[in-house]
Design a protein around this ligand. Structure first.
Ligand code: CTP
Length: 405
């Protein structure tokens, strides 16, 4: 890539077009050269002047403007990434069928770079078989179509169909750009990731928790979306923003996490257990707050074992060829303990972190060794949690059984 990465931001005609202004800001401020190609319908929501001012480039809608520059071919050909946000049902249909009646649809046909669609529409339109088939077609051809978020829609209704937060769409774009022209190798795959730390309640105001930030699990979710996967993220406690394009299931306790993971794993190609699941929970839950009593020592807290979700998923594969990945945090004899844990849990891969005072918990970075049940060992040097996530997916992809054509 020579100079700044060139991004085409396609905007189609939905109310969420206003959120694309923030995406554009993020892209330009992080050193991307952005050309906005709005559809005529989208100009009802955000005008051409806004796009031109924010991008520093003209924003054309039709192929008939500046014809001598042959924009309908040139813009797509020279792009490093095309992102369409919001992508309406109509835009997905046009793209899936190769229609080319304006500058954006022409650009999509001439682009040879990665393409990301961020759909936004009402739930009924998203769930309609026509839209779902168009999305499947686009994904089969290698486009990254991110799942819409669940939440408030245009009117008073709520449901699936919201445009994810612009900064999260930006993260997907960053991930896709970083992969360059590498194929999105998780397209058509369903992956389940657990993340964060469980909370085991003692009474309505207290719980047993742990220091997991959820960052590694969220990095796994983001990178899997950028590689084209359908992602179910089972999130225990974390303060992180919802990643774009994932089906998010929020849980509290280990027992709830187990139920959510087993349910999602039924048709999953891979399950990655990055959550810090409490091994124990209070044996009894007090329905009222436990009060201190003058002159009395507090009663000891009895604990009982929680189910081991990783061991259960590994022993009882819901699907033939399902790849199961566990994590282990070790303080001493890291490799020997890791190997023993890999055997005990029965998973295919175990990502072993060495933990210490400033290491791993809450940090943006991580280093690990990935142990495999076939004896392989991959050292991942200290670096961003996204980099470790990419290596984990490389290892998963290498173990997935090829799909039947
Ligand atoms: N895990 C799980 N269910 C549990 C506990 C842990 O699925 N009840 C998963 C975690 O998500 C992680 C891996 O198991 O992938 C790490 O488990 P860890 O707590 O290190 O394993 P333990 O067997 O509890 O090891 P130790 O004996 O070191 O406590």
């Amino acid at each position: 890539m020579v100079g700044k990465p060139k991004v085409v931001l396609g905007v189609s005609g939905g109310i969420a077009a206003y959120k694309a202004c923030e995406l554009l800001r993020r892209l330009t401020e992080s050193g991307h050269e952005v050309r906005v190609v709005p559809t005529a319908a989208s100009l009802n929501f955000v005008g051409e002047a806004t796009w031109a001012a924010l991008s520093g480039n003209p924003a054309s809608t039709e192929v008939w403007e500046t014809v001598h520059e042959v924009p309908h071919v040139r813009i797509g050909q020279s792009a490093d990434l095309v992102v369409v946000a919001p992508a309406t049902a109509d835009m997905l249909a046009k793209a899936a069928h190769g229609l080319a009646d304006d500058l954006l649809t022409n650009t999509l046909l001439t682009a040879r770079c990665p393409v990301v669609f961020a759909p936004a529409m009402h739930t009924e339109m998203w769930e309609h078989p026509a839209t779902q088939e168009n999305v499947a077609t686009l994904r089969r051809r290698g486009a990254v179509v991110i799942e819409p978020a669940v939440g408030r829609l245009t009117g008073k209704d709520t449901g699936k169909g919201r445009l994810p937060d612009p900064e999260e769409i930006f993260e997907v774009c960053r991930g896709v750009l970083a992969r360059g022209t590498a194929e999105p190798d998780l397209v058509g795959r369903h992956v389940v990731i657990s993340a964060g730390g469980t909370r085991e309640p003692l009474d309505p105001v207290r719980f047993l928790g742990n220091r997991s930030s959820g960052k590694q699990g969220y990095a796994l979710a983001r990178t899997a979306v950028a590689r084209g996967a359908r992602v179910t993220l089972v999130a225990a406690d974390t303060a992180l923003a919802d990643p774009a394009g994932v089906d998010l299931v929020r849980v509290g306790t280990a027992v709830q996490l187990r139920a959510a993971v087993l349910e999602a794993a039924r048709d999953a190609d891979a399950v990655v257990m990055a959550a810090a699941v409490a091994d124990f929970r209070p044996a009894e839950y007090a329905s009222g707050k436990i009060k201190k009593k003058d002159g009395q020592e507090p009663a000891p807290v009895a604990l009982v074992r929680n189910p081991d979700v990783l061991a259960e998923v590994s022993a009882d594969r819901a699907r033939e060829g399902q790849v199961v990945v566990g994590f282990a945090a070790e303080t001493d004899d890291v490799l020997a303990n890791g190997r023993a844990k890999l055997l005990r849990k029965g998973c295919d891969l175990l990502v072993v972190n060495e933990v210490g005072e400033a290491k791993t918990f809450g940090s943006e970075e991580n280093e690990a060794v990935i142990l495999s049940s076939d004896g392989a060992e991959v050292q991942v040097p200290h670096g961003p949690k996204e980099a470790l996530a990419e290596v984990i997916w490389d290892q998963v992809v290498a173990r997935l059984t090829p799909r039947r054509a």
